[in-house]
Design a protein around this ligand. Sequence first.
Ligand SMILES: [Zn+2]
Length: 281
Amino acid sequence: MKKASPGLFTLVVAVLFYTTSVTAATLPRHQAIPGGVAVIPLGDLEQTKPAVTYLEKQVMVRANNRRWEAVVGIPLSAKAGIHRIKVDNRQREFSKEFRVVDKDYETTHITITNQRMVSPTKKDIERHYREKKQIVAAIHSWSEREHVDMAFITPVEGRFSSPFGLKRIYNNQDRIRRHTGLDIAAPVGTPILAPASGTVIRTGDYFFTGNTVFIDHGRGLVTMYCHLDKIDVEDGQHINQSQQLGEVGMTGRVSGPHLHWAVFLNQFKVDPKLFMSQLDN
Ligand SMILES: [Zn+2]
């Protein structure tokens, strides 16, 4: 039998590495950019599980590859450069550095004809501030879960119509607003499935986001589903991966039917794509 050439060997190793590289244990992907996620090794599992904070916020720590690691959500407003997490391993406190690199997110111009959505009335704003308290409370949710499922499936079958981080200019106004979720366009009534297991922490009908569902996946990982036509789950309900949450709609501030899907990690909005193993869109 002919011996495999070193070239073939390298190829086989490369293929094996590639196919195993995007498994559950490697999600989310490490991408230390504004709106990204930093996965930071902390030490071996024989040591006590450390407690970690970043910008004063409690950070997820998980056991992975026989070590502890911090899974850190980075805000979209983060500046490129050295950032620090604070680590408390129960014996001493120290800080650990990681580098955030900049990302050049795209810019787009959007025209909205519904004036009330562009310039909401005083009453709309008052409503929004009332609702914002509930929304913020949901985002701040923290539950200690034994296993946090971070390998997401795509919640809706459809085209990714607007990426996370996009800079949007509405009706040629000066202000740039950031798109802080991933939009998936689909007809009204298309099922929305839970990307991973969790608990429904809030459902509601809000001025900007319409019919909305929040899921707490554990340890500071929260996902949000907006503009639903119909909600099929209740507050407090445990849900499994692929379970139906509701249907795509166009409630709230929208120009067409789609799901606006947002992912929060230690309270910061991060790119949902970093949690997905299949990126076929
Ligand atoms: Zn959106």
